[in-house]
Design a protein around this ligand. Structure first.
Ligand code: NDP
Ligand code: 2IT
Length: 446
């Protein structure tokens, strides 16, 4: 890293102590951008990067709610409006006990560049709460969502900030949040994406992140004359993104042999296909957070407390959460002959893990490029809402597919243009940055 970007990172660390995930996301970005600042001193003198690491607005609020036994609970709610240079703030809401300011800042920061890569006009934001949906009844989740939206509604709007789902926030939660927004604002607008299909949602949105990730991986494989046909694939997670990835990879002829949860991972030598994929949805909606029952149901193996990265596979699709592939895991994957790693989750690989993949010269796609299909399809949902016209499944899927191909092209070409051919991390970071940076320059001191 250059002295200039090192100094930015030091300042970020000093100003935002105890936010290691945010530091990690800024460091990864800074490492790629040195070459840009060398070639384009105008970004440096306008302090574009220094502005980008500071959220435009940060909202933190109390979320009081009552459980089914009448006991009071207080959670913390957040919305980080990171950057609106190229469109309204856009990004998911995460409900998970690990949620804190640093995690949401890293996610909001990544979202800015990811949304820029989609080619659609969306700024970046992220929000959520340390609420734990595990073991909660539907009524409790509804009351929590209503309380959360009672504060959030005054900060968002279809042209201001459009939240969606992330970990712990799926169709059910978006429904409760939307219902409350509509009551408070007295407006039926596309203020959230991931909505139900009968009330403004888009077909393919639930599948979009996982499908998009596999489309991106398919493009990477193509550059080496390969396809998914006959490949062995390891997927981590068992949520929304993992489900879509398993479904599409299987459709393209791959054999997906693992999924994982906080309790351990499943190894299914027969491959996860057909009713087993549908069963993933049941597992997720049970609100129990375990994958072990899959093994009992389908006679597969369950490895308690372990991650799937020791299994011999050709392609790895990490789809659970941040920092799930450490240096040792990356070494294990490389040793076992992995040829491509495409991230469905946000920042699942640590910086040390990435260095192992980079040194081994394997195809490695960072989440901000490969998981952008989710937010891209959210963008398509916004377009349909504005036109008040829904598109068919085929129409949305083909647009998603085209967008993923274009993101791949941008990353590939940008990496080459900046002297690091094949490095998708540099390609994604630089291409995502340039569009936002130019918009900021155009708009003056914002
Ligand atoms: P889900 O809630 O549907 O599933 C998340 C999965 O990750 C679950 O298996 C979950 O189990 C596990 N997980 C979450 N946090 C942790 C943790 N701290 N330790 C261990 N396991 C964990 O979420 P999604 O599938 O929507 O999201 C998965 C990933 O994809 C996240 O990184 C998200 O940011 C990213 N993503 C999501 C998009 C979307 O449209 N939904 C779009 C782009 C990226 P549990 O939570 O119970 O621990
Ligand atoms: O991380 C992400 O890109 C998402 N959770 C999806 C955000 C969105 O607005 O659809």
């Amino acid at each position: 890293m250059s002295e200039y970007t090192k100094q930015i990172l030091e300042e970020v660390k000093a100003k935002n102590p105890s936010e290691p995930e945010f530091h990690q996301a800024v460091e990864e970005m800074a490492e790629s951008l040195d070459i840009v600042f060398e070639r384009h001193p105008e970004y440096r003198s306008a302090k574009i990067m220094e502005r980008m690491v500071e959220p435009e607005r940060l909202i933190m609020f109390r979320v009081p709610w009552m459980d089914d036994q009448g006991e009071f609970h207080i959670n913390r709610g957040f919305r980080i409006e990171m950057n609106s240079a190229i469109g309204p703030y856009k990004g998911g809401l995460r409900f998970h006990p690990s949620v804190n300011l640093g995690i949401l800042k890293f996610l909001a920061f990544e979202q800015v560049f990811k949304n820029s890569l989609t080619t659609l006009p969306m700024g970046g934001g992220k929000g959520g709460s340390d609420f734990n949906p595990k073991g909660k009844s539907d009524n409790e989740i509804m009351r929590f969502c209503q309380s959360f939206m009672s504060e959030l509604f005054r900060h968002i709007g279809p042209n201001t900030d459009v939240p969606a789902g992330d970990i712990g926030v799926g169709g059910k939660e978006i429904g409760y949040l939307f219902g409350q927004y509509k009551r408070l604002a007295n407006e039926f607008t596309g203020v959230l994406t991931g909505k139900g299909i009968n009330w403004g949602g888009s077909l393919i949105r639930p599948e979009a992140t996982g499908f998009g990730n596999v489309y991106f991986a398919e493009e990477m494989l193509k550059t080496k004359g390969q396809t998914f046909e006959g490949k062995r694939v390891a997927v981590s997670g068992f949520g929304n993104v993992a489900w879509g990835a398993v479904k599409k990879a299987t459709e393209l002829g791959a054999k997906v042999v693992t999924i994982s949860g906080p309790d351990g991972f499943i190894y299914d030598e027969e491959g996860i296909s057909g009713e087993k994929i549908d069963y993933m949805l049941e597992l997720r909606s049970s609100n129990n957070d375990v994958v072990a029952p899959y093994a009992e149901n389908f006679g597969a193996k369950f490895f308690e407390g372990k991650k799937p990265w020791g299994v011999k596979v050709d392609v790895a699709l990490p789809c659970a959460t941040q920092n799930e592939i450490y240096e040792e895991d990356a070494k294990e994957l490389v040793k076992n002959g992995v040829i491509a790693v495409s991230e469905g989750a946000n920042m699942p690989t640590t910086i040390e893990g990435y260095k192992v993949f980079n040194a081994a010269g394997i195809l490695y796609a960072p989440g901000k490029a490969s998981n952008a299909g989710g937010v891209a399809t959210s963008g398509l949902e916004m377009s349909q809402n504005s036109m008040r016209l829904p598109w068919s499944r085929e129409e949305v899927d083909s647009r998603l597919h085209e967008i993923m191909k274009r993101i791949h092209e941008q990353c590939y070409e940008t990496a080459e243009r900046f002297g690091t051919p094949g490095n998708y991390v540099n390609g994604a970071n630089i291409a995502g940055f340039l569009k936002v940076a130019d918009a900021m320059l155009d708009q003056g001191l914002v």
